[in-house]
Design a protein around this ligand. Structure first.
Ligand code: MG
Length: 381
């Protein structure tokens, strides 16, 4: 029986993880659930899964949650996420909260020697070097939940001593694949939120439309699999069936395939190193007579190029672009800026925020903070 903490249980990954738990009651026990704002769903989940602790990070909802769950330890505030990952009986922490706020609880979980199911890519984008080093020191496994990284992770099982030549990170291309800059100038959030293959949260769906998601995933892959930027190639594969591939030093390529459904990588991360039966819909080749591949258009989708430049620059630059991106995506979702302005503002932050080659954790937190302030001034200009 694996005892798990789910950070961000009311989001897209969190609710799907609970579906997996519900289907495997003798394998998993939920010990902690956390949510930011969605008190009603958090309460419903807690009544169903009976965790030892719940956290509502937005303090306005504390009394509501506390009253509804008299038999559960209820905490509030962002700092409570640290306590949520440190409970002694927990052995696995699924980090499914969105954004760089996932960094501190992930570090606390690693320091408490809990294995991590990483669905919060921003943690590695912001401070990948530091987080992977800590995981190594504490003997903690980080199992990626992001579908591409889960695919690569699965391809690497049994290949521990074999060098990776390169990885192919597949991308659907998002809803605006094939469009040009003129078209993107006036796209609305409604159009950007219509992903062709994947059902996901709002932030990651916008990131998919701008290809920032693929850029952040490249940085995530760099740290997870200890790669150089030139070993990471993005390939547009609109069918989203090949979730990513690894090419080894003999030229052989391994791929992991499946329907585009996040439940599969969640299920794998929870069950790892076992594979556990599932009743998920099976892939049928007859429904997909053709797999196609093309190069990503980084001239139109500048965010992918921005992310690769940040990865190559290193230091706190990925932290800068991540913080700026969180601000601009939020602003785009609130109709404050246009689609292309997102890249403009991120690039301005790359210019303006102080570059630090060897950042400490505090440097990362300060960079994140300063970049948000500066990006917000550009949004409201
Ligand atoms: Mg992904």
């Amino acid at each position: 029986m694996k005892r798990i903490s789910i950070l961000g249980s009311t989001g897209s990954i969190g609710t799907q993880a609970l579906d997996v738990v519900r289907a495997n009651p003798d394998l998993y026990k939920v010990e902690v659930l956390t949510a930011q704002n969605n008190a009603a769903l958090l309460i419903e989940q807690a009544l169903a899964f009976k965790p030892a602790m719940v956290v509502i990070t937005c303090e306005d909802h504390y009394q509501t949650v506390k009253k509804a769950l008299p038999n559960v330890e209820v905490l509030c505030g962002e700092e409570a996420l640290i306590a949520a990952v440190q409970l002694p009986q927990v052995d696995f922490v699924l980090t499914a909260i969105m954004g760089s706020v996932g960094l501190k609880p992930t570090i606390a979980a690693i320091q408490s020697k809990k294995d991590i199911g990483l669905a919060n890519k921003e943690t590695l984008v912001v401070a990948g070097e530091l987080v992977m080093q800590l995981a190594k020191e504490n003997g903690v496994k980080i199992i990626p939940v992001d579908s591409e990284h889960s695919a690569i992770f699965q391809c690497l099982v049994g290949e521990e001593s074999n060098p990776i030549e390169k990885i192919f990170l597949t991308a659907s291309g998002g809803p605006f694949r094939g469009k040009d800059t003129a078209f993107l100038t006036n796209v609305t959030k409604k159009e950007a939120l219509k992903h062709p293959n994947w059902v996901m949260g709002a932030k990651i769906t916008i990131d998919s439309a701008s290809l920032m998601n693929k850029g952040l995933e490249a940085i995530e892959a760099k740290w997870l699999f200890d790669l150089k930027s030139e070993q990471i190639e993005v390939v547009v594969h609109p069918q989203s069936i090949i979730h990513s591939m690894v090419q080894f030093n003999d030229g052989s390529i391994k791929a992991q395939l499946g329907l585009p459904d996040m439940k599969l990588p969640i299920h794998y991360a929870l069950a790892y190193p076992q594979r556990v039966n599932s009743n998920f819909e099976r892939f049928n080749f007859l429904n997909y007579p053709e797999f196609t591949f093309s190069q990503a258009d980084t001239k139109t989708f500048r965010n992918l190029d921005i992310a690769f430049r940040a990865m190559e620059k290193g230091g706190n630059m990925p932290c800068i672009i991540n913080a700026a991106n969180e601000v601009v995506v939020d602003a785009f979702l609130k109709d404050k800026i246009g689609f292309l302005q997102m890249s403009d503002i991120i690039e301005e932050c790359m210019q303006e925020i102080e570059f630090i080659l060897k950042p400490t954790l505090n440097n990362y937190l300060e960079t994140d903070h300063h970049t948000r302030i500066f990006a917000n001034t550009l949004v409201t200009k």
